[in-house]
Design a protein around this ligand. Structure first.
Ligand SMILES: [Zn+2]
Length: 532
């Protein structure tokens, strides 16, 4: 217990002690309350909260009830709910095959061990095409960087290693690696498919877990909004440990490419000698799900028509391949923790009688694990008419140890970074920029749906100093629990530190809600381009 345990022996300053006490929340008690929401949402009974499942519906009902208790008004289209429709496809591996053709001789690729096939509602059932190795497969117009330049990719499959050149800035690299931007460039160049080889330098989870996830249903919004490029005909993910299979006869080896990666040298570009033949069997269905939206209306007659979104995702991966006999992917940190924080931040505002000038929208979104679909839907079809001026997103912020450092994704991109610096420092917490930009976390959660609409946004992780035990804990969490059944309620979590995080985010949101000016992208921010 860290808080105020010295008070009883602090004789003679009872009055001051009382004042200090009034200002110092009981982090353990607040942490317990936060944890109780995580326990509900990540219970086995909710079966991993998959989109369209009864478990998700229970979670959505819980969020609506908690939002009501926390004093939020309904701000969906049906009470607190904002429903939406999905097309769903599942892979049927009994009807799938993947072969490498060497001069007509077929070499089978073992699905699961060597590679996995991607599926989407528009995937071709049978694709056979020549293949080209295109380095990182990136096209970045503003840097005149184009891995596809000078290569004949028309009608072909582009093989690439994920990541990008070391000298390219994190946000640009992250943006152009997003599925949408990759598709835009690849389709324009005439490519029909991709084989992505995860960069071993930035692998977060072992291949076995990547492979296990291929049976997850793939979903798409029926109404995604406009400007979204269509899917490619074939997408393959190749195990880097088996990628050498792709290179015989090309005059190059994967070992050579790995060596270039590891020494930050440019990657070669060349046609492969193998052709790729993919047969994809899928089963189709439909699903309905919803975002849960509550509002704390603003108090200023004009500014109340501007909205700050505080978001977290409610869905997780559902039931999947067993790991150590456990099939339920509970998603306690990913992202029941964020939903629990939404509730607790709203409740803290109610308890303190906060009267923010601008309105605050608490949005618990569906479909994040399917590609940030619920937030994309919300950003395309907002349930309020006034402008959304910021998104403060919480996804798996990992309160695994005391909160001394707060890592902020998007820290240098907008004035929100300055705001979080102020409120964190008032709480005695130092902010850090993203230490692992190669993981693309700034574009890998729901904030990106808002960023693409030009809305300044932030996301968070508990920070640490490299080389300390906290780094070990943080990294081990990814290896042992991330997107696995072990991300459940039987893991060690620092609930009091989560409560401190909630308090910092509450102050951040109120500061933005009461500021004279709306948040703005920094003049040199890459993301400024999305402002309409
Ligand atoms: Zn996730």
């Amino acid at each position: 217990m860290r808080h105020l345990s010295w008070l009883p022996v602090c004789i003679g300053v009872a009055f001051i002690g009382a004042a200090v006490f009034a200002q110092s929340p009981d982090w353990d008690a607040l942490g317990k309350r936060w944890w109780s929401h995580v326990q509900f949402l990540a219970d086995d009974k909710l079966e991993g909260r998959d989109v369209g499942s009864p478990g998700f519906e229970k979670a959505a009902a819980y969020m609506a009830d908690q939002f009501r208790d926390a004093g939020l008004q309904p701000a969906g289209v049906d009470g607190y709910r904002q429903p939406m429709d999905f097309d769903v496809v599942r892979i049927d591996e009994s009807r799938c095959s993947l072969d490498l053709l060497h001069d007509g001789r077929a070499e089978p690729v073992k699905l699961g061990d060597d590679a996995t096939l991607g599926v989407n509602p528009h995937a071709a059932e049978n694709v056979e095409a020549a293949a080209v190795f295109a380095g990182y497969g990136l096209t970045v117009p503003e840097l005149n960087y184009d891995d596809l330049a000078g290569l004949d990719v028309k009608g072909r499959i582009v093989v690439y290693v994920s990541g990008g050149p070391a000298e390219m800035s994190g946000p640009i690299k992250a943006h152009y690696q997003s599925g949408e931007e990759r598709r835009r460039a690849l389709l324009k160049a005439g490519a029909i498919g991709t084989v992505a080889i995860p960069n071993p330098k930035s692998a977060e989870v072992p291949w076995s877990r990547v492979a296990a996830s291929r049976f997850q249903p793939r979903m798409e919004l029926r109404d995604p909004g406009h400007g979204v490029p269509p899917p490619l005909q074939a997408t393959v993910l190749f195990n880097p440990a088996r990628a050498e299979m792709l290179f015989p006869g090309s005059g190059h080896t994967f070992a050579e490419i790995l060596a270039a990666l590891n020494s930050d040298k440019p990657l070669p570009h060349f046609p492969l000698a193998v052709k790729i033949h993919a047969r994809v069997g899928i089963t189709r269905s439909e699903a309905k799900s919803e975002n849960v939206v509550g509002i704390l209306p603003g108090s200023d007659p004009t500014l109340k028509n501007e909205y700050i979104v505080v978001s977290a995702h409610l869905d997780h991966l559902g039931i999947g391949e067993p790991v150590n006999g456990d099939r339920i992917y509970n998603g306690a940190m990913d992202d029941a923790s964020g939903d629990a924080s939404l509730i607790e931040i709203a409740r803290a505002m109610k308890d303190s009688g906060a009267k923010p000038k601008r309105s605050i929208l608490f949005v618990s979104v569906t479909g994040e694990e399917k590609g940030e679909l619920g937030s994309q839907y919300f950003a395309a079809h907002p349930t309020v008419s006034g402008p959304i001026i910021a998104d403060i997103n919480m996804d798996m912020y990992l309160p695994l140890f005391p909160l001394k450092y707060l890592e902020v994704q998007g820290l240098g991109e907008s004035s929100l970074g300055d705001d979080v610096r102020v409120v964190a420092e008032q709480a005695g917490v130092k902010v850090q920029a993203d230490k692992e930009p190669e993981h693309n976390r700034f574009i890998r959660s729901d904030q990106y749906s808002f960023i693409k609409k030009g809305i300044p946004s932030l996301a968070f992780k508990f920070g640490y100093i490299p080389g300390t035990p906290q780094e070990k804990i943080f990294k081990a969490w990814y290896t042992e629990r991330y997107h696995g059944p072990a991300d459940d309620v039987n893991q060690p979590v620092d609930a009091a530190a989560a409560a401190q995080f909630n308090a910092i985010l509450e102050k951040l949101v109120l500061r933005v809600a009461d500021a004279d000016q709306r948040p703005e992208w920094k003049p040199d921010s890459f993301f400024r381009r999305f402002v309409p």
